[in-house]
Design a binder for this molecule. Structure first.
Ligand code: SF4
Length: 455
């Protein structure tokens, strides 16, 4: 669990490229801000650059130019993006800006007139053009072979898999549909080919992302099935890797995804952005789901798959939110007993329709509600984790150092959820191993356990 701003942020992701730079090789640095979707864009850009013969520098000093992939979701994220651009300019001097904030070039050049180029989200060709202009390529086909799985910014044993772009909703606090457009789903064959390649190259966990995962494929005319996400999830589940679904908008057909979790094809984990529980607040947000019905849905999901872990995010202090509405949210949370919860205090974002709503909530009230919300969420998390003590769970090993093996259970997504630590007898474990542990201790967000079985 984490506070404002966005809790899905792998700040300053470091590219892991297995080979060293040759003398004179053109070299690019990348600062990747924002959500996992932006991270996937960064990976695509780096993969293309690597294929063209560029080396990737993990620091400013070794780079001939630096790409800053920005986030523009909240005003605080915009400010952080401007800071990151400023740092890259100060440390390196040759900076190309891309990503969500690139949709507002004047905002960037107003603060940083010396940037070499500004391109918007998904403008891969424009980013590459800008790089070619700043640092011409110098390919050497004998040594510049691309790693078969592409360049990954995540550890090799897990990878994000982007299945669509854009969104057909119009939530009032969100400008993503303006920046990224309407839902455009990738062809299932292309997604599966990418997933197969990743698994063949050692990826053990696929993290499925998009703006609206459950809507995948509903933009295809004349499609054979009503909800193509069901087929895609089944096909991905047959590859033998862990498959984790993120950003699942709570449509009724999500109920049909849950049996795949009970069957073990897809991880029993649903990341569903509920945002609020009071019907009037949800209506002002222009979110369709009502609190009562979502409680029924949650109960139905748990009947089908009792081990399902539910993660969600919420906004407190949305314009017009009364104390009574907030209290309904707290009561709802008590009843829903979600496993993992993130919470934002509402912020105006330039261009969002919610800015014009009446009844903006005072900052100190937002802050106070956020604390009350997080206190409750934390107590729920603590109790849920305490109930796992004594259980045997499968975990994936993320990292091993002198102190412990840092792992995750099926209920924990990388970067955003908790960890399980093995601090004895972990010496021969390696990242990517999937092993069985017995949980012997629980904290607010993390678990500790003993190794029981190497499978
Ligand atoms: S569903 Fe998500 S991406 Fe789409 S408008 Fe709402 S918050 Fe934005």
């Amino acid at each position: 669990m984490s506070a404002n701003p966005p809790d899905l942020r792998p700040d300053l992701a470091r590219a892991s490229v297995p080979d060293a730079r040759r003398a004179g090789q053109p070299t690019i640095g990348m600062v990747s801000l924002g959500c996992p979707k932006a991270l996937v864009d960064s990976e695509r850009i780096l993969t293309r650059l690597r294929a063209e013969g560029y080396a990737i520098s993990p620091d400013y000093g070794g780079a001939d130019a630096v790409i800053v992939n920005t986030c523009g979701f909240l005003d605080s994220a915009k400010a952080e993006s401007l800071d990151a651009i400023g740092e890259a300019l100060a440390e390196n001097g040759r900076v190309i800006v891309t990503g969500c904030l690139g949709a507002e070039p004047d905002y960037i050049t107003g603060a940083h007139p010396k940037v070499l180029a500004v391109t918007g989200p998904q403008q891969y060709e424009q980013v590459l053009d800008a790089v070619h202009g700043a640092v011409p390529p110098d390919p050497d086909p004998f040594v510049d072979l691309l790693p078969p799985q592409g360049v990954k910014l995540t550890p090799r044993h897990y990878s994000y898999l982007k299945i669509s772009e854009g969104c057909n909703h119009a939530c009032k606090f969100c400008i993503i549909p303006d920046m990224r457009g309407k839902l455009a789903s990738r062809p299932a064959r292309a997604v599966l080919r990418e997933a197969e390649k990743l698994v063949e190259n050692g990826v053990k966990e696929l993290l499925v992302i998009s703006q609206d995962t459950s809507a995948y494929g509903t933009d295809w005319k004349g499609r054979e099935t009503k909800f193509p996400i069901l087929d895609l999830a089944r096909d991905l589940g047959s590859l033998g890797a862990w498959v984790r679904l993120h950003y699942v908008y709570p449509y009724p057909h999500v109920r049909d995804l849950v049996p795949l979790m009970a069957e073990g094809l897809v991880l029993p984990y649903l990341d569903v952005p509920f945002q609020h529980a009071h019907p009037a607040t949800l209506k002002r947000m222009a979110r369709p789901a009502a609190g009562e019905r979502t409680l029924e849905e949650i109960a139905a999901w748990r009947r089908i798959c009792p081990d399902i872990a539910l993660r969600s995010t919420f906004i407190v202090g949305f314009p017009g939110e009364t104390e009574a509405e907030f209290q309904v949210l707290l009561d709802w949370l008590d009843e829903a007993q979600l496993d993992r919860v993130g919470c934002f205090q509402y912020e105006d974002v330039e261009g969002a329709r919610s800015n014009a709503l009446e009844g903006h909530v005072a900052d100190e009230v937002k802050e106070e509600r956020w604390h009350r919300f997080m206190e409750k969420a934390q107590a729920i998390s603590e109790a849920k984790l305490a109930a796992k003590v004594g259980k045997r769970l499968q975990v994936i090993v993320d990292e091993v150092d002198d102190e412990a093996a840092t792992c995750r259970t099926m209920a924990d997504a990388p970067e955003i959820d908790g960890n399980l630590f093995i601090d004895e007898g972990f010496g021969d474990l390696s990242s990517g191993d999937i092993v069985t542990v017995e949980v012997d201790e629980a904290g607010e967000y993390d678990l500790w356990g003993r190794l029981k079985d190497r499978s």
